[in-house]
Design a protein around this ligand. Structure first.
Ligand SMILES: [Fe+2]
Ligand SMILES: [Fe+2]
Length: 470
């Protein structure tokens, strides 16, 4: 197995720096000749060798190409597609689907041996091997190493990640129920597997985002929290006036927590100016009526909305949206929406609460960093049984597939934008100023911001409507 230091120094010997992504790729392939080929292929004047320089990495868009593209289409999470809650037994097929689908994303990078064959036969003892499994348990040893239990459809095995090995930082981010691949060596007694390399489903290096051939822009916002006494009415009006004048904007997307809801947290009634759930939705309907009808408005629910909390969350039911203008469309959470062929994966983001607690260094201040972790795992809510309720179903619709052009979330009330392997990650923030709870938790929201996404270039602009700033 090639070590990071060796790879980096081979590049440095030819006066080239190398990106961590390329180092990880070479380690994964475990092919020393690849280094020479990459060096030979680097164009003159290269300072840092990035993933683009890897031979045979040809960028392609994931999944079907929608040509001719209808201007607007809900590809996943259409109203009424979420199954009703099924029996507990459905969790078996749910997790089997998760395992099968996520392992398929690692095909070509891992040649998996079934865990039962590893553990039960003597054939692999002290031999190099690789396999894919779901994490059923994670713990740290007294010496600071990481031990995880991994499970496939045939069996379970204990895996050790040694803290002195390359890539240990990734092992520290292992979450319960995520599906990973490992390469390494089985112990002489067959009881434990010593991992050398950790492989995640990840976004392919070859990912090429699609851009609309015709001009068009979408505005992305989240967490409006209508009904709360901290909802920023004045800023919202400023936003509504602004969007009315933006003739280049054709779509408005809202990623959940449309209203503040009722009984969501203890003592909430003291912080509500509209104490009736129908009244809250009716008020939002009025607000949206002021937006020009040429703009299509796509509304997804969040954990403050009236639908069940278990994900996928159904769309807001018709009885709450009677007076909404016709340009409003209601989708589920999550939903994959195609705007002129640009696919936007909308997810409210309840799983931020779980991931922030488990990933070292993760914080509410940087939701985009956590979104990157979702993309690497190809899953919106990797861990089951914590704060993110997941409904049992035949299929796991929280898997990120196909790779979208944009991953769009909310929930944390803090704006954050970043790109990862061609996927633009946007958390749009909120329309609610700091609540008493957030103050207590030391969360500084970034309210009253809208992100304008250019569908033809995938570039964005952030507009701030907070008093004295717009
Ligand atoms: Fe919210
Ligand atoms: Fe939320």
């Amino acid at each position: 197995m090639l070590c990071e230091e060796e790879i980096v120094s081979r590049f440095l010997a030819t006066r080239l720096n190398v990106s961590p992504e390329v180092v990880a790729y070479i380690r994964e392939q475990d092919d020393p000749s690849l280094i020479d080929r990459i060096i030979a292929a680097a164009p003159e004047g290269t300072v840092v060798v990035s993933a683009d320089a890897i031979p045979a990495v040809k960028k392609v868009r994931d999944g079907t190409r929608f040509l001719p593209d209808p201007a607007y289409e809900v590809l996943k999470g259409k109203e009424n597609s979420a199954e009703s809650i099924r029996d507990f037994e459905e969790y078996v097929s749910y997790f089997r689907h998760r395992y099968t689908k996520l392992s398929s994303f690692m095909r070509g990078r891992v040649q998996p041996v079934p865990i039962e064959a590893l553990a039960r036969t003597g054939r692999y003892r002290e031999e190099e091997a690789s396999f894919v499994g779901m994490i059923s348990e994670v713990r740290s040893t007294a010496k600071g190493n990481k031990i995880v239990m991994m499970e496939d459809t045939t069996g379970t095995i204990r895996v050790l990640f040694n803290k002195s090995r390359d890539g240990f930082a990734e092992a520290e981010k292992i979450l319960p129920d995520e599906v990973i691949g490992v390469k390494g060596k089985l112990s002489s007694d067959g009881n434990i597997f010593f991992a050398d390399t950790l492989i995640r489903p990840d976004i392919p290096l070859t990912n090429a985002p699609f851009m609309s051939e015709s001009p068009g822009k979408a505005v992305l916002i989240s967490d409006v929290h209508v009904g709360s006494d901290t909802f920023l009415e004045e800023e919202w009006h400023r936003f509504a006036d602004w969007i009315a004048g933006r003739e280049d904007v054709s779509y408005l997307l809202v990623a959940g927590d449309l209203v503040d809801g009722i009984g969501i947290y203890p003592g909430q009634d003291k912080e509500l100016v509209i104490k009736n759930i129908y009244g809250q939705y009716a008020r939002l309907g009025e607000m949206l009526s002021a937006i020009p009808s040429r703009i299509r408005i796509i509304l997804a629910p969040g954990n403050h909305d009236v639908v069940r909390g278990a994900e996928p969350q159904p769309a807001i039911p018709p009885k709450f949206r009677e007076d909404y203008p016709e340009n409003c469309e209601f989708v589920e959470n999550p939903a994959l929406v195609s705007l002129q062929g640009v696919r936007i994966l909308m997810y409210h983001g309840r799983s931020f609460d779980d991931m922030i607690g488990m990933i070292p260094g993760a914080s509410y201040r940087h939701p985009e960093e956590i979104m990157e972790e979702m993309l690497k795992r190809r899953h919106l809510a990797p861990t089951y049984g914590m704060r993110t309720p997941i409904a049992p179903a035949k299929e796991d619709v929280l898997i990120i597939d196909p790779v979208p052009e944009v991953l769009f979330t909310g929930h944390v009330h803090i704006c954050g934008i970043k790109r990862y392997r061609g996927v633009l990650m946007i958390n749009a923030g909120t329309w609610q100023s700091q609540t008493a709870f957030q103050k207590q938790m030391n969360v500084e929201p970034t309210p009253a911001r809208a992100v304008v996404l250019d569908l033809a270039t995938l570039e964005y602009e952030m507009v701030d409507f907070l008093k004295n700033q717009a």
